[in-house]
Design a protein around this ligand. Structure first.
Ligand SMILES: NC(=O)C1=CN([C@@H]2O[C@H](COP(=O)(O)OP(=O)(O)OC[C@H]3O[C@@H](n4cnc5c(N)ncnc54)[C@H](OP(=O)(O)O)[C@@H]3O)[C@@H](O)[C@H]2O)C=CC1
Ligand SMILES: O=C1OC[C@@H](O)[C@H](O)[C@H]1O
Length: 414
């Protein structure tokens, strides 16, 4: 009961946070497009950040921008994306355009000296990512280059950082990450299913699953072993779902199952583990069998343990999440190889509040905190996504498409 009350309280203040007074030199952020993700991704998080003002929005259709501005209390509407970028009163740009437009508009914003918080996945493909992220650290005028961050929000939440702390990357035998969305949420004409806009399940949900694998192994995969898309009826280059596996440098295997049109259940995360068919985003790591030092045991008995650590709902952990730590113990007679005893220990961990913020802070709020810290030259929590990291992510995505016999997503501007 107390858990349910906490859940309601926490989510009420995530979605309706206390609005704080703004600092005189608050970062003035402009939004490209009247995007669906903007309220969750930045408008609501900005309300509780004293150092951020959502100052303007631009949309392809000015009327649409005006309605969006009114709905979300945004004081200014720019007549076009370019006008927003060129506006000298704007310090930073949030780019939640379709994936295929990320490169073009981020490059334009950076060229205008604006910091950019760029929605995931950073670009259409690795060539674009390399071109975008390998920018000189200072401009010709000697000014420091603007900050550019790929908005992989899940990495900023304390639950994810806690999860990583429970993993021993060198000794992972296998890792599996999943993400399912019920059929009917997105229709075939959604940006996620347009090849020219760099759509595809691997670019969307799959990108989270790949992030999870790269993070838990703390390394880049050496080889894509298997890549199996389920193509959309309207375009076989578009994956509605993607299943894949990679070998990592420690010999461990990482695999993913992502589906944007899943027909096997509904995503009620907190029920997932209780009711079959319900799915939550997850990442599960199984370590190699390891010896347990136990002086009490006879010499001929070996005690080993296999540690499995699973996070449920790493994508929206502030809503609800759980980390399961399962220790499978075995006692074996060494001389005969016979197993004499097995038992399992389970513990469940939750990590809503981190070192900064409180339990109501969403992944997006934590991310905004670090973005502003970086712009202001402050140390922050230490969680950051480096340029090379974003490039490597796109290399893994491109490689999986190639392995599946599909083309990587097209560049529009290179
Ligand atoms: N971090 C997260 O949790 C999430 C991230 N995302 C990412 O954010 C981005 C946007 O997703 P989402 O908000 O769902 O997208 P939307 O369908 O809302 O589209 C975003 C904006 O793209 C603009 N746009 C520009 N050109 C086109 C075009 N040719 N066709 C369609 N739209 C166009 C529209 O702007 P205008 O208003 O000017 O017409 C629209 O508002 C994606 O990169 C996605 O991966 C999405 C959901 C969650
Ligand atoms: O990033 C995302 O997270 C939420 C999903 O609904 C969406 O498809 C995806 O773009």
């Amino acid at each position: 009961m107390a858990g349910s009350i906490d859940l309601v309280r926490r989510n009420l203040s995530t979605f309706r946070p206390q609005v704080v007074p703004k600092e005189a030199d608050a970062l003035r952020i402009g939004l490209l497009g009247a995007a669906n993700i903007s309220p969750l991704g930045i408008i609501i998080p900005a309300k509780s950040h004293p150092g951020v003002i959502i100052a303007a929005v631009a949309a392809r259709d000015q009327k649409r921008a005006e309605v969006f501005a009114k709905t979300h209390d945004i004081p200014n509407v720019s007549p076009s994306y370019q006008a927003l970028i060129d506006d000298p009163s704007i310090d930073a740009i949030y780019n939640p355009l379709p994936n295929g437009l990320h490169y073009e508009w981020t490059q334009k914003a950076l060229a205008a000296g604006k910091h950019v918080l760029l929605e995931k996945p950073s670009t259409s493909n690795a060539a674009e990512a390399a071109s975008l992220f390998r920018i000189p650290s200072s401009s010709a005028q000697g000014r420091p280059a603007p900050v550019l961050l790929e908005a992989v929000h899940i990495r900023f939440h304390p639950a994810w950082q806690k999860y990583l702390s429970l993993i021993d990357p060198a000794n992972i035998e296998k890792a599996h990450s999943t993400h399912h969305l019920p059929k009917g949420v997105f229709s075939n004409d959604d940006i996620r299913f347009q090849y020219d806009l760099a759509g595809g399940c691997l670019m969307d949900f799959g990108s989270y699953n790949i992030q999870c694998l790269r993070q838990v192994f703390g390394a880049e995969p050496e080889e894509c072993l298997r890549a199996e898309p389920r193509s959309a009826p309207h375009d076989e280059k578009i994956d509605q779902a993607f299943s894949a596996a990679w070998r990592f440098p420690n010999g461990g295997i990482g695999s993913i199952e992502s589906d944007l049109m899943f027909s096997g259940g509904w995503p009620f995360p907190w029920l997932t583990s209780k009711l079959p068919g319900l799915r939550s985003p997850s990442c599960s790591v199984t370590h190699r069998e390891a010896p347990v030092v136990d002086e009490e045991l006879p010499k001929d008995v070996a005690h080993t343990v296999v540690k499995t650590v699973t996070v449920w709902n790493m994508t929206f952990p502030s809503v609800w999440h759980r980390i399961d730590v399962v220790l499978d113990h075995t006692l074996k007679t060494v001389s005969t190889g016979q197993v004499t005893k097995t038992w399992t220990e389970k513990s469940y961990i939750k990590e809503y509040a981190g070192k900064v913020g409180d339990a109501s802070w969403s992944t997006y709020r934590h991310q905004l905190e670090e973005f502003v810290n970086k712009v202001r030259g402050r140390d922050g929590s230490g969680v950051w996504i480096e340029a090379e990291d974003s490039i490597k992510q796109m290399e893994v995505i491109d490689g999986a498409y190639r392995k599946a016999g599909l083309p990587p997503r097209p560049s529009r501007t290179l």
